[in-house]
Ligand binder design. Structure first.
Ligand code: DX5
Ligand code: ZN
Length: 221
């Protein structure tokens, strides 16, 4: 379990897509740990973003961990494509998987890390049985579908619950938080037990993304 310094994962969704390579370079030079790739299908979430082709382009120009967040229905259909695109870790939604255990094992069968995300209305208890099999849990602090939304405060309590659950069941599992993370709420998210903060707007729209990343990375529990 990562407990000393916080991991930062800029979400490429908030980057300037006319300058994808330089946006990735900004994240890399800022010392970002993961490049968070938000994949949306217009079915599980009310928005469409991009698919494996763009993830592959991103992966080809960085050494950062490619953290793929699949906000798609029936994700098993595309997991292999996202592995081939260069994902190091793939997160699916608990709400989108009928056979979540099978999906998690399927992700792991390719030698990549498996994560599960829960929407704001999904309780942490929904993950209890699958927790020993996970590398990562992604707590949504907004309803997925769009960048730039406001942080939903009840996520803090869910992070706290998850943190105490993992101490019992799976101490090496990483807790990541996604949606509306800002420099203002980052410390309370980390204090609750989060190891990794996804930051779209807070990173790419910052006056100085590198300084923002440095301040977030310096946060400790
Ligand atoms: C929401 C996405 C998030 C989002 C983060 O559906 O999963 O990763 O892009 O962006 P901000 O930090 O702007 O909320
Ligand atoms: Zn995301």
């Amino acid at each position: 379990m990562q407990a000393s310094s916080t991991l930062i994962a800029p979400s490429i969704l908030s980057a300037d897509f006319t300058r994808l390579a330089s946006s990735i370079e900004i994240a890399e030079k800022a010392g970002a740990d993961w490049m968070h790739c938000d994949v949306m299908d217009g079915a599980f979430v009310p928005n469409i973003s991009f698919g494996p082709f763009i993830v592959q382009a991103i992966a080809s120009c960085t050494k950062m961990v490619i953290d793929t967040h699949l906000m798609i229905a029936d994700p098993d259909r595309y997991i292999e494509d996202f592995v081939k695109a260069g994902s190091h870790q793939i997160t699916v939604h608990q709400e989108a998987c009928t056979h979540l255990h099978r999906t998690v094992q399927f992700i792991r069968s390719f030698g990549v890390k498996a994560g599960v995300s829960i929407n704001p209305a999904t309780p942490v208890s929904a993950l209890e049985a699958i927790l020993p099999d996970l590398d990562l849990v992604l707590v949504m602090s907004v309803n997925p579908g769009f960048g730039g939304q406001k942080f939903i405060p009840s996520a803090i309590d869910k992070i706290r619950q998850l943190h105490s659950m993992r101490l019992q069941i799976n101490p090496s599992m990483v807790i990541a938080v996604d949606g509306g993370v800002t420099e203002e709420n980052a410390q309370s998210v980390v204090s609750a037990g989060a190891d990794a903060l996804i930051a779209g707007t807070a990173f790419f729209k910052a006056a100085d993304p590198a300084a923002t990343a440095a301040r977030i990375k310096a946060l400790t529990r």
